[in-house]
Design a protein. Structure first.
Length: 288
């Protein structure tokens, strides 16, 4: 680190609150070191209150950019100059790139999800997906999958605060992509079963299975799944969720937690800032 940082080091931030637990600084700084890139990545406690000043600092300090996480992913949008089309459709930003004072907002959660499947030689383009959840992760996944050519997405959500977002996602996908999206309440268990039966992939983006719900799974009956499908949980702590256990009982061939997505969303941001591919295999080995 001491050898690497000098007067020319380029700063990249992570602006969120709480954020000190994040693995992103370790991930990016190890990748910079491995490739000999003169960048440093630091986490900053930034709430909505500090956000305008923090974004102004990206400009005034000539930072290359920043990751943005909760509670700032939506609030940051009016403070930027441009939005990538996917970020515009998702309505959230997790990565900012500063090109000579022009700040562009991107979202890399969805591309990270799709790339994590590609890393496993899995291609869901032209297929049907059943997706639980329409929060930050669920929205990014649905929009990117639709943009990338997934044929049909059936979204299930609880009739909670995110229901309106789920409706919005379906409307956006149907209006702006070739994918056909439909929404059902998670209460409709028979529908959930029949939609999964027709899908190449079931993805849970609800966080059920993560603390404090680590003993829970939205699906407890292994007969919901087929052996030849993909079951993907965006949760990565714990590494094996209840949903994954149910899928394994069913003998599902491809069962994943959210680690690959987490790594790849970081890799997409890394590429946007540096123009260079993150050494994903090295980081995977080092951190996981
Ligand atoms: P969020 O709060 O924005 O959305 C939560 C979603 O889950 C909503 O659709 C909500 O309706 C639903 N939900 C919440 N509690 C529920 C319950 N008890 N039963 C049914 N549905 C419920 O959260 P988010 O930011 O989208 O994160 C969701 C999960 O995805 C978290 O576990 C998070 O760690 C994970 N995530 C992973 C990555 C990754 O890279 N692997 C990236 C982002 C988020």
């Amino acid at each position: 680190m001491v050898e690497r940082i000098d007067g020319h080091t380029i700063l990249i931030g992570l602006m969120a609150y709480p954020i000190r637990h994040s693995m992103s600084p370790t991930m990016h700084n190890n990748a910079f070191a491995k490739l000999g890139l003169n960048y440093a990545y630091l986490a900053f406690d930034v709430t909505n209150k500090e956000l305008p000043g923090a974004i102004a600092a990206i400009r005034s300090l000539g930072m290359r950019g920043s990751n943005i996480s909760m509670p700032n992913k939506q609030k940051v949008i009016p403070l930027l100059d441009k939005l990538d089309p996917a970020a515009e459709m998702v309505g959230a930003v997790n990565t900012i790139v500063n090109d000579n004072g022009i700040l562009t907002g991107y979202t890399t959660d969805g591309t990270g999800f799709m790339q994590s499947l590609a890393d496993e030689n899995l291609d869901i383009r032209g297929e049907k997906m059943t997706l639980a959840g329409a929060g930050g992760a669920g929205t990014a996944i649905a929009i990117q999958a639709a943009l990338d050519g997934v044929k049909e997405i059936t979204i299930f959500n609880a009739q909670d605060a995110q229901w309106a977002q789920a409706k919005k996602n379906v409307a956006t996908i149907n209006a702006q992509t070739k994918c056909h999206a439909t929404l059902y309440s998670l209460d409709e268990q028979a529908k959930l079963r029949s939609e999964i039966a027709e899908s190449a992939i079931y993805c849970d983006a609800t966080g059920v299975g993560m603390k404090p719900l680590q003993e829970m799974s939205l699906i407890t009956d292994s007969t919901f799944f087929r052996k030849d499908m993909i079951v993907f949980d965006t949760v990565y702590a714990p590494r094996e969720t209840k949903l994954m256990q149910v899928a394994q009982q069913a003998g599902v061939a491809h069962v994943f937690n959210g680690l690959g997505m987490m790594l790849e969303q970081g890799a997409q941001a890394f590429k946007l800032w540096t123009g260079v591919a993150m050494p994903v295999d090295y980081i995977h080995e080092l951190l996981f």
